[in-house]
Design a protein around this ligand. Structure first.
Ligand code: ADP
Length: 373
């Protein structure tokens, strides 16, 4: 049996492990929090910091392969492990590029992948000189996630909200739709594309709220989205599962926002709504099996269950019974002990051929199932 490690023990690790149980694989997790969502689902849990060289290197040195559920890991240790023959999904070179938004944007530019025009600012004083570039979005080079480290700078009065560290200043896109395309690529370079999903964001929390699959796009836009996503992924020259997040702007142009080189929130619905889930797909790639079937069984909407505003502490789920009565809804709770406003606590996927039914049930789920303390 192959020994495979996962860096990070959050919900993505948890769902990867749920699928690992179907395959001949011995699983290992490295994570600081021994109560994390993935801790009790792996064969071997190691407590340690995924950002520290020694803990990642020592964790990985006796494994056959290693994967990640978050980009913010020690890449140097993964590079050393790679030279010693441990397979890393995705390759550390990809993590190095993606982890830093400056390098990531330069990668798109270098490969002629359409993305919003940008400049680099190293400090607030440099940002002040870039007034003419507004309206724009300021994004911290390293360390931002889930909307932290992103500031909309519509006018020069907003410049003080910017970041005093190396960052990108990106032209504000007139967004028509935010979509994501999941792409799988194996070691032979064979690829499989899931249908793109369409996202709506909670304007207050800046977190993914719910997502529709398939995204409603013209055939022409769909082809463009697929071609761009394939080009993003192929140029990395690395096996893995990737989520390419894109904007369709008001002119119908498709621009890459960012890429996650891993299983992703925008692929959660694939667990029930597609023949092969994103988690199953990653195991197939790591273990060297054929790629799975990405076709949808039914259209779906995925709703994130996020910690309710005003509640922090030991989580209590309100409305779970009522949501479990919905025949076409599938509930996933991540087993997090504590809730906080905005924390991702679970998700629910609804399957239906009728868009009205998808919308109706997803709104009902969002109103009914609440993570309170
Ligand atoms: P994070 O990595 O923290 O999720 P993103 O780069 O995805 O940050 O930005 C968060 C959100 O900000 C996006 O989902 C989008 O709604 C908005 N946004 C990001 N870049 C732009 C842009 N260039 N123009 C307009 N809105 C943007």
């Amino acid at each position: 049996m192959l020994k495979v490690g996962i860096l990070g023990g959050g919900q993505l690790g948890r769902m990867l492990l749920q699928t690992a149980a179907n395959y001949p694989v011995e699983t290992f997790v490295l994570e600081n929090d021994k109560e994390c969502p993935a801790a009790h689902l792996c064969h071997h849990f190691t407590r340690g910091d995924i950002k520290e060289f020694d803990s990642v290197y020592n964790f990985g040195k006796n494994l056959d392969a290693i994967t990640i559920e978050i980009e913010n890991v020690n890449v140097e240790a993964l590079e050393k492990l790679e030279t010693e023959g441990v397979k890393v999904f995705p390759k550390p070179s990809v993590l190095r590029t993606i982890k830093n938004k400056i390098l990531q944007k330069e990668y798109y530019r270098q490969h002629q992948i359409p993305t919003a025009d940008f400049i680099i600012t190293n400090s607030l004083s440099e940002l002040k000189l870039a007034e003419d570039f507004l309206p724009a979005v300021h994004k911290v080079g390293e360390g931002g996630y889930d909307g932290k480290g992103v500031q909309l700078l519509k006018a020069k009065e907003h410049i003080a909200r910017g970041f005093d560290t190396p960052s990108i200043l990106e032209k504000m896109v007139a967004i028509h739709k935010e979509i994501a395309q999941m792409v799988a690529i194996n070691e032979k370079g064979e690829t499989a594309l899931y249908p793109p999903v369409e996202m709506l964001f909670d304007p207050e929390l800046n977190l993914l709220d719910y997502q529709l699959c398939p995204a409603e796009l013209s055939t022409q836009t769909l082809y463009r989205v697929e071609a761009i996503a394939l080009s993003v992924v192929r140029n990395f020259k690395s096996p893995g599962v990737f989520a390419v997040e894109m904007f369709v702007d008001k002119n119908g142009d498709v621009l890459v926002n960012e890429t996650a080189p891993r299983v992703h929130n925008s692929g959660h619905h694939t667990i029930e709504a597609h023949f092969c889930s994103q988690f199953d797909m990653l195991w197939r790639i790591i273990l060297g099996y054929p790629l799975g079937n990405t076709d949808a069984i039914l259209p779906s909407i995925m709703v994130n269950i996020i910690g309710a505003e005003g509640y922090s502490g030991k989580v209590k789920y309100v409305g779970l019974e009522e949501v479990l009565k919905i025949e076409n809804a599938f509930v996933h709770l991540y087993g997090k002990k504590e809730t906080r406003p905005g924390r991702k606590m679970g998700h629910v996927t609804i399957l239906s051929n009728e868009k009205q039914d998808l919308l109706h049930q997803s709104n009902k789920v969002k109103r009914t199932l609440l993570a309170k303390a």
